[in-house]
Design a protein around this ligand. Structure first.
Ligand code: ZN
Length: 159
């Protein structure tokens, strides 16, 4: 069957940035499973999947707007180092900040003696992404999967 609304899709991928650096890959792991049309994956990739079938191989280029969004400057903040309880704060550390809108994941992008710069943008925001994709399996989703908005089993949710 071809990929359309409510298909359960399993695919292998390798993700690279515009400089050709590999950011992520499913190689050697289970293929990634998603439910088509349910925003389980970024819009640019989901759109490219439409109409494809098992065995198809493709290269998908995704602009930030169709990926993890543009970098928003207001999500980058410099805060006093004493705000943090941790002794050793290094670039790349991840914290969950409590905000009035709920928990927010931030990454440390710079550290001085006095301040820590934290960034709440997604780590892949602002990046042009390239996905090398091989579609492994396309099947009808089960009623339960549709109710849950995700695919169950290997590569999907285990519960
Ligand atoms: Zn579920």
């Amino acid at each position: 069957m071809i990929i359309s609304e409510n298909a359960a899709v399993l695919f292998h991928y390798t993700l690279t940035d515009e400089d050709g650096n590999q950011l992520d890959s499913s190689k050697g792991k289970e293929p990634l499973a998603y439910l088509h049309g349910h925003k389980n994956i970024i819009p640019g990739l989901e759109k490219a999947m439409e109409g494809k079938q098992a065995g198809d191989v493709m290269v998908v280029n995704v602009a930030p707007a169709d990926g993890y969004g543009e970098i928003q400057e207001q999500k980058i903040q410099e805060v006093p180092r004493k705000t943090f309880q941790a002794e050793d704060i290094t670039v790349g550390m991840r914290f969950v900040a409590q905000t009035p809108d709920g928990p927010l994941t931030v990454f440390v992008t710079a550290v001085t003696d006095e301040t820590v710069t934290v960034d709440a943008n997604h780590p892949l925001a602002g990046k042009k992404l390239t996905f090398d994709v091989r579609i492994e399996t396309v099947r009808e989703a089960t009623e339960e999967e549709l109710t849950h908005d995700h695919v169950h089993g290997a590569g999907g949710h285990q519960h």
